[in-house]
Design a protein around this ligand. Structure first.
Ligand SMILES: O=C(O)CCC(=O)C(=O)O
Ligand SMILES: [Fe+2]
Length: 692
């Protein structure tokens, strides 16, 4: 019997089925394709879901997104590269000589992740940001994906077993193939540095049919073996490759012109009738193809980042890294790249107390945030004079490039000024001035990106080997672009949900520099100021915000009766003096507050304190406006309040995580004991009996 790892991994057929239901819904029929694998195995799973993304299914939309996203990138390329003659180059998957186009592809990640896996044929794409939030189409995909999984998960009725993929960073690859241009992919495994076998890879097909060949990757002899199995996917079909599939097998996408040959191989016999029919129809189309219209097949693979590259804001934030109370009690199958700490259930998510933050501790790492170039050869920047004399002309040009890189590097380092500019723009309260500042930042980031790109291409033309070209790193610029976009989104979002007559101007969220030591609400002493992690507050807002309970209690309410695992039973809170009212603003340290499982919790206010970059070490806060609920109800319906509060706070949290990318002021020396550089306080009380 294979080990089950749900909800933190997929290592059995049962897990694979659950994963399919999470992605495609309960009503999708699926087949176990274990017989279709090149060799029998108990470790790998292949699930086929016919029509899982066909017309009428939510994920169908991806079919529209793929070409739109490609157009969006091509347009952006024209802006970044100026009047480049090949604005679509960064979507091509190129052969070694850079002339053959295997197929077209884009890579995207869930914000705030900035990681890009480089698979080889896409090495020239790395200046293109992957984070979905910086793209219009990809943002739509992100929303669709979250909503689809949340809706499917609602049918699971196992709220204490929240699957980690609801919170984990996805990575999608969108491929565009034209059968008439003989696009294809050689046999390969979808492995990369951030991949973990506990996360299945889903593959969705759109448009014309496709053949997938499978090859056993277990070496039995020295002679390489070719594919021994193949399958056909038609428009709207989906596959899940799970368990050890990527280690045990290779998969490939043969060009359609080779299909007639494949039809006469023994692999063909193992196909089902509908597959054979579909394949024959495509072969006929190929032979009869006369017009210039492409025969397009698109493919979307959904993968997961189990770890993140340095410089990514998600590096310390993924759910597989953070132990969650009541859930990831044992790291599934024990092989996560970063296993959760063994001690207390909440330790890894324990935030920093900015209220109590003293002087900044020694930096955890070199400040990587706004540096654009990582030079691999930075040790001997100044050649000795004797060495200089010996320089050949090739070496001289290398030297020129080195200086060029150093120059751009210095210039990008100064972009720390942008961090100041971003932080100087109030987080909430949209005005045209802020809009202009943000626009300027975006333009300047684009300009720096263009310079880096030119330099990087010059490096390659100069004959440096590939590892030197790899030295160019766009992550710093990606962070800035994402931060500016997030700020724009926050301001736009808060604008939409503006409560017009709130005293003090506009939004229900405000930003202050007050001392965050208040630990008792004068009017409502029953509320306790509790310390949560980013992850816990995000989960509460996503899972437990209850419109029914809000109506009953006339307060922002969280229903933990069905979501017991979201909060631990004891929550850290600010200590209060026995005579609480006399010590309203005194920091007395920490205490704990009981939140029995199955409670309904009322939430009066949220405060997120952070040490702002470039603003000395002064802690700032964003917080909900006083009398949040009564003001909101004057203007909004309960459903609108839930949406506004949920999306507003989540967006602000995500943005702070992005700005916190280098965790510069964290008061620890390793990344183990705190997850971020800002703290999250909520004023809450457990509801006793509903006010009716
Ligand atoms: O097109 C397909 O069916 C598979 C695509 C694939 O293997 C990949 O993008 O890695
Ligand atoms: Fe693949």
């Amino acid at each position: 019997m294979t080990k089950r790892s749900w909800p933190a991994g997929v290592t059995s057929w049962e897990d694979t089925v659950k994963f399919a239901q999470l992605l495609f819904g309960m009503d999708i029929p699926f087949e176990n394709y274990s017989e279709r694998l090149p060799h029998a195995t108990e470790k790998s799973f292949l699930l086929f879901a016919k029509g899982a993304c066909a017309e009428g299914r939510p994920l169908r939309k991806i079919q529209e997104f793929i070409p739109k996203q490609m157009e969006e990138i091509a347009e952006w390329e024209q802006n970044v590269r100026g009047n480049s003659s090949r604005p679509t180059k960064s979507q091509q998957m190129l052969g070694r000589d850079k002339s053959q186009v295997y197929y077209w592809s884009v890579q995207l990640t869930r914000a705030s992740c900035l990681c890009r896996s480089v698979f080889g044929a896409d090495a020239h794409q790395k200046h293109v940001p992957t984070s979905a939030e910086v793209w219009g189409t990809a943002s739509k995909f992100a929303k669709l994906w979250d909503a689809t999984l949340a809706r499917n998960y609602a049918h699971f009725q196992t709220p204490h077993m929240r699957p980690i993929w609801l919170d984990k960073t996805w990575q999608v690859l969108w491929n565009w193939n034209d059968h008439k241009q003989h696009h294809h992919i050689e046999p390969h495994a979808d492995l990369c540095a951030t991949y973990n076998h506990l996360d299945p890879i889903a593959s969705l097909s759109f448009g014309h049919g496709g053949v997938l060949t499978l090859t056993s990757n277990i070496k039995r002899s020295k002679t390489p073996v070719g594919p021994t199995k193949m399958l056909y996917q038609s428009d709207g079909d989906a596959l899940l490759m799970a368990g050890q599939f990527q280690s045990e097998f290779l998969h490939g996408v043969p060009a359609r012109r080779t299909w007639s040959e494949l039809r006469s191989s023994s692999m063909y016999a193992g196909m089902q009738t509908w597959e054979k029919t579909g394949m024959s129809r495509e072969i006929e189309m190929h032979q009869g193809a006369v017009t210039d219209d492409p025969h397009v097949r698109m493919n979307c693979t959904i993968r997961w980042h189990s770890s993140h590259f340095p410089g990514c804001p998600q590096a310390f934030a993924d759910p597989s890294v953070l132990a969650r109370p009541g859930e990831l009690s044992t790291p599934a199958a024990g092989s996560r790249q970063r296993t959760p700490p063994k001690e207390s259930s909440t330790q890894a998510t324990q935030p920093l107390l900015t209220g109590a933050a003293q002087a900044p501790a020694a930096r955890v790492q070199e400040p990587p945030v706004f540096s654009g170039i990582r030079r691999q050869d930075s040790v001997d920047e100044q050649p000795s004079s004797s060495k200089t004399q010996r320089l050949s002309s090739l070496e001289e040009s290398h030297e020129t490039i080195r200086h060029l890189l150093a120059c751009i590097d210095a210039c990008v380092r100064h972009s720390e000024l942008f961090a100041l500019a971003i932080n100087g723009t109030p987080l909430v309260g949209a005005t045209s001035v802020h809009e202009k500042t943000l626009q300027k930042i975006v333009e300047t980031v684009d300009c720096l990106r263009r310079q880096l790109l030119i330099a990087s291409e010059a490096v390659q033309r100069c004959g440096f080997d590939e590892s030197k070209a790899d030295a160019v790193n766009y992550k710093a610029l990606d962070v800035m672009a994402l931060a500016a976009q997030q700020r724009k989104n926050i301001q736009r979002h808060l604008g939409e949900f503006l409560v017009s007559d709130l005293r003090g101007g506009g939004s229900w969220m405000i930003e202050t520099k007050n001392r965050p030591t208040q630990n008792c609400l004068r009017q409502d002493p029953q509320y306790r100021k509790c310390l949560l992690s980013h992850h816990q507050l995000a989960l509460l807002l996503q899972e437990a915000l209850s419109e029914d309970m809000m109506r009953q209690h006339q307060e922002i309410a969280l229903d933990l009766r069905t979501h017991a695992a979201v909060l631990p039973e004891k929550v850290t809170c600010a200590k209060r003096h026995a005579l609480a009212k006399q010590h309203l603003n005194e920091d007395l340290g920490l205490d704990s507050y009981d939140v029995p499982s199955g409670s309904v919790v009322l939430l009066k206010a949220v405060e997120i304190g952070y040490v702002s970059v470039g603003d000395g070490n002064e802690a700032r806060r964003i917080q909900t406006n006083r009398n949040l609920w009564s003001k909101l109800t004057e203007e909004l319906t309960v459903a609108e309040i839930a949406t506004s509060v949920r999306s507003g706070i989540l967006a602000a949290l995500e943005h702070l995580r992005t700005l916190d990318v280098d965790r510069k002021f964290c008061d620890r020396t390793t990344g183990e004991t705190a997850s971020h550089n800002y703290d999250v306080w909520v004023w809450l009380t457990t509801a006793t009996s509903p006010k009716r």
